[in-house]
Design a binder for this molecule. Structure first.
Ligand code: NAD
Length: 262
C-alpha cells in the first residue's frame, strides 16, 4: 500500500458547522473523495439545502443538510439521530469572543463552552453506537493551536479547545481496541469568516492597516507568516480517515505553520 488508501467507499460523514469556513472545506474534500456528507449549522435556510444539492451534483455522492443549534445538547444528539448513520464525525462548529477575563460576558463564556466543547460530547455519545454497529469509525475534532497554547483575551476559547483535546484522548482510550480512532486537528490561523471577523477589531485596537494587523498581530505566532487553507484542512481530515491512519489515535495533528514548534 504505497498510495494514500482512501476511506472505505459508501461511508457517511457528519460535519458540524459546515456551511462555512473549515467545515465547508472538509465537506468539499470528503464529497470529492466519494464520501456521503451531512452538512450542518444552526440555520435552516433555502441556501443551506441548495449548498447540499450543489455539492451532491458536483461529486455524485449523497449530501444532506440538517439544521441543529449545537449550543443545545439535545439538538446535537438529534443531529446524529436524524443523520441515521455516522461513520465519520467531524466536530468543527465553533465561535469566538475576545475580551479580558474581567470584562468577558458570562453569556459568551457559556455559549463558547457549549458550542466549541459540549456539543462534541453530545455528538460523540450519539455517534459511537453507530460506529460500533457498522464496525468502523473516525472521530475528528477540530481543536486549534489554542488547544495546545494560550493567548490573552481568549479565556473561553482556550479553555474549550484545551478541553476538546483532552476529550479526544478519552474517546481514543475508550475505543482503543476497536476499529475506531479519535484525533484532534489543531489549525493555526486559517482565513475563514471566524478570523475575518477578528481583523477589524485588531486593526482598531492596534491602530494598524489590514496587512500589518494580519502579519504583525494575527500571524505573529505563525512562523510561516501564511494562513493555512481550508483545502489543507480537508486533506488532513481525509488522511485521518484513510487506512494509513488506522493506528493514529488519541493525538493532535498541528496544521499551524510552526506555531506550536516555538
Ligand atoms: P466559521 O465561522 O467559518 O465556521 C463556523 C461554523 O460553525 C459555521 O458553519 C457556523 O454556522 C457554525 N456554528 C456556529 N454556531 C453554531 C451553532 N450554535 N450550531 C451549529 N453550528 C454553529 O469558522 P471557522 O474558522 O471555519 O471555524 C471552524 C472551526 O475551526 C472552529 O471550531 C474554530 O474554532 C476552528 N479553528 C479555526 C481557526 C481559524 O483560523 N479559522 C483556527 C483554529 C481552529
Amino acid at each position: 500500500m504505497s498510495q494514500l488508501a482512501p476511506p472505505p467507499a459508501g461511508k457517511t460523514a457528519v460535519i458540524t458547522g459546515s456551511n462555512s469556513g473549515i467545515g465547508l472545506g472538509i465537506a468539499r474534500s470528503f464529497a470529492g473523495a466519494g464520501l456521503n456528507v451531512v452538512l450542518n449549522s444552526y440555520t435552516d435556510r433555502k441556501e443551506d439545502h441548495a449548498l447540499a444539492e450543489e455539492m451532491s451534483k458536483a461529486h455524485g455522492v449523497e449530501v444532506r443538510y440538517i439544521g441543529a443549534d449545537l449550543s443545545k445538547g439535545d439538538e446535537a444528539r438529534r443531529l446524529i439521530e436524524d443523520a441515521g448513520t455516522c461513520d465519520i464525525l467531524v466536530n468543527n462548529a465553533g465561535i469566538q469572543h475576545v475580551a479580558g477575563i474581567e470584562e468577558f460576558p458570562a453569556g459568551k463564556w457559556d455559549a463558547i463552552i457549549a458550542i466549541n466543547l459540549s456539543s462534541a460530547f453530545h455528538t460523540t455519545a450519539a455517534a459511537l453506537p453507530m460506529m460500533r454497529e457498522s464496525g468502523w469509525g473516525r472521530v475528528i475534532n477540530i481543536a486549534s493551536a489554542h488547544g495546545l497554547r494560550a493567548s490573552p483575551y481568549k479565556s473561553a476559547y482556550v479553555a474549550a479547545k484545551h478541553g476538546i483535546v483532552g476529550m479526544t484522548k478519552v474517546v481514543a482510550l475508550e475505543t482503543a481496541q476497536e476499529p475506531i480512532t479519535a484525533n484532534a486537528i489543531c489549525p493555526g490561523y486559517v482565513l475563514t469568516p471566524l478570523v475575518e471577523a477578528q481583523i477589524p477589531e485588531t486593526m482598531e485596537k492596534y491602530d494598524m492597516d489590514r496587512e500589518t494587523a494580519i502579519r504583525d498581530v494575527l500571524l505573529t505566532r505563525q512562523p510561516s507568516k501564511e494562513f493555512a487553507t481550508t483545502d489543507q484542512l480537508g486533506g488532513t481530515a481525509l488522511f485521518l480517515c484513510s487506512d494509513h491512519a488506522a493506528q493514529i489515535t488519541g493525538t493532535t495533528l498541528s496544521v499551524d505553520g510552526g506555531w506550536t514548534a516555538v
